[in-house]
Write a protein that binds this ligand. Structure first.
Ligand code: ARG
Length: 239
């Protein structure tokens, strides 16, 4: 990475406030979010440039051992299955899991049990498939690779609910007044978001963990999240 002079970070930019597309003040498409701010700090501490690769969430983990990307910073939960392919940094952020439903169904779908046997959306390759399976009896889980497409499916009635990290659910309903956050929430049992790196790259992992520690010590994450929430009003949905 030092020789290349750049750090290539893979992510799926469909997940405001973590990472998402906006039209910036120059009228250009730009990927922003608190994960991007973290990536910038990691690159800065390594003294290299940052390059972002926007990919399907589903293909991120495989992109690390193949060398297509150096890291994944994409609100990724360090699960045991993923740990077979990649190593993870320390956790930098923890969130609950939330439900998004249509505002008109607010009272109909209050709890996971109310969604028994219904069509529920989750991102392909994401832990939310398991969250839905574990919590919603007989759920008919519909997987799509892009969260924005899941939001469209929910709005058009193809699915009855969507499972995403709670901060994302809150952002979705802010930008879509016909949707609301369901009342039921689940604690993230697998422990939050971490950076994925190639296996057995201890020096790289140490460098990332020291940046994460610095971000915590300097209390930078709160400001990154505030900035991401502000920028989300400029959010655009990429096709
Ligand atoms: N935390 C979940 C997981 O690791 C979902 C992350 C989705 N991230 C994204 N940028 N779409 O499976």
């Amino acid at each position: 990475i030092k020789n290349k002079g750049k750090l290539v970070v893979g992510l799926s930019a469909d997940y405001a406030p973590y990472e998402f597309h906006i039209i910036n003040d120059e009228g250009k498409d730009e990927i922003v979010g608190f994960d991007i701010d973290i990536a910038k700090e990691i690159a800065k501490d390594m003294g290299v440039e940052l390059e972002i690769q926007d990919m399907d969430f589903d293909s991120l983990v495989a992109g690390v051992p193949s060398g297509k990307i150096d890291l994944v910073i994409s609100g990724m939960t360090p699960t045991p299955e993923r740990k077979e392919a990649v190593d993870f940094s320390d956790i930098y952020y923890v969130a609950e899991q939330g439900l998004v439903v249509r505002a008109a169904d607010k009272d109909k779908y209050k709890t996971f049990a109310d969604l028994k046997g219904q069509k529920v959306g989750a991102q392909m390759g994401a832990i939310q498939e398991g969250v839905a399976k574990d919590n919603i009896p007989e759920a008919d889980i519909q997987l799509l690779s892009n969260v924005n497409d899941l939001v469209l499916s929910l709005k058009s009635g193809k699915i009855e609910a969507l499972v995403v990290e709670l901060p994302v659910a809150e952002m979705i309903v802010k930008n879509n007044p016909e949707l609301v956050v369901g009342e039921e929430k689940v604690k993230d049992t697998e422990g939050g978001s971490a950076v994925a790196v190639q296996k057995d790259q201890q020096a790289l992992l140490d460098s990332i963990n020291s940046t994460i520690k610095r971000i915590q010590d300097e209390n930078l994450l709160d400001q990154f999240i505030i900035d991401a929430n502000d920028l989300a009003t400029k959010q655009v949905v990429e096709e």
